[in-house]
Ligand binder design. Structure first.
Ligand SMILES: [Zn+2]
Length: 343
């Protein structure tokens, strides 16, 4: 009896060995929760993963790889056929699962998906106007022109750096837009769960005091509460205000962080030419109604003689654009490397 048992074991051992490293197709379908389309002539199978609209795994008997979604190749030691059964190497199942796990992790990573650049004013609305004259030169400078140039520069820089992000301009020429049109453009951007958007409004300043000069960045006051989450679609309406406060605090922290980064960027670029007036708090319409981290930048005073001349120069506007760009870059980098400032 004992000898018989040993003999059976010896006969089965190679088979058991094969079965311990391979998984039979039926179990693979269970494991991956997949449906199979089998082409017997080609000995090719397509696994359609349930619960996902788009994932397809294509394998061929004897082929050393599995094709995922018609584009990515997962290397395997080859799907084989033994005694009529189709067998997947377990390492292949592991590799496929790792492939999908990596993709899930990737899509869960908080990221800034959209950057909205709002050039203030435009068309019939010139914004602030600076008129200057002395013995040698005269100058009339319009806020709408200054901010458009900077917005277009910034748009170009961000597009180049972030081909995978959406970089949107509220206006790209001298057209008039209502304030509501600007914020609804921002609020209607559709985002996935872990995607965020930032709103950057660009303006230039004016004052009766002709000596006022410098750049500053405005954020919404800490105590101001916007309605960020609409309670009408919620089951438990009483938690909406609490969620609003939490979200508002997050946006407020992020807005202030972004404002600081932009000011640092300006310091670096034009700090020797214009003073830093710091972060200011005000419930401007565009900042108040954009339901996302948002800032309003004042590039400088068109009413200040010296600063108006700076703001009329392409090279100075290029520096300001670079300052904002650097600020946004640093903000995005920190946001995306700290899981949305949670680490
Ligand atoms: Zn303005």
């Amino acid at each position: 009896m004992k000898i018989k048992a040993v003999l059976i074991f010896l006969l089965l051992a190679p088979l058991l060995h094969v079965y311990s490293q391979y998984m039979e197709l039926g179990r693979v379908l269970q494991e991956l929760q997949a449906d199979l389309q089998w082409n017997p002539e080609m000995e090719t199978g397509v696994l359609k993963l349930n619960g996902t609209a788009e994932h397809r795994l294509i394998f061929k008997i004897g082929s050393p790889w599995v094709l995922v979604n018609y584009k990515d190749i997962v290397e395997t030691s080859g799907v084989i056929r033994r005694n009529g059964a189709v067998l997947f190497p377990k390492s292949t199942i592991g590799a496929i699962q790792a492939y999908f796990a990596a993709r899930v992790a990737e899509s869960d990573q908080p990221r800034i998906a959209t950057i909205l650049i709002d050039a203030g004013h435009g068309g019939k609305d010139s914004g602030a106007i600076g008129v200057h004259e002395d013995k040698e030169k005269s100058l009339k400078i319009l806020e709408k022109d200054v901010v458009l140039t900077v917005a277009l520069n910034l748009h170009r820089m961000l597009l180049k750096s972030y081909p995978a992000k959406e970089i949107i301009l509220t206006r790209s020429d001298d057209t008039y837009l209502k304030l509501e049109e600007r914020t609804s453009l921002a609020n209607n951007v559709s985002l996935r769960k872990n995607e965020a958007i930032i709103f950057v409004s660009i303006h230039a300043n004016a004052a009766f005091n002709k000596k006022a000069k410098g750049y500053e960045v405005w954020v919404l006051p800490q105590e101001y509460r916007r309605e960020l989450i609409d309670p009408s679609g919620m089951e438990e309406k009483e938690i909406a205000p609490i969620l609003n406060v939490l979200l508002e605090e997050e946006y407020s922290v992020e807005s202030t962080k972004l404002a600081q980064e932009v000011l640092d960027g300006f310091d670096e670029q034009v700090g020797d030419l214009s003073p830093n007036r710091g972060i200011r708090e005000e419930s401007w319409f565009v900042v108040r109604n954009a339901k996302m981290p948002s800032i309003l930048i004042e590039l400088g005073y068109v009413t200040h003689f010296g600063e108006a001349f700076l703001l009329s120069q392409e090279s100075y506007l290029q520096k300001l654009s670079l300052g904002i760009y650097t600020g946004i870059r640093n903000f995005v980098q920190t946001f995306e490397n700290t899981k949305g400032f949670t680490e």
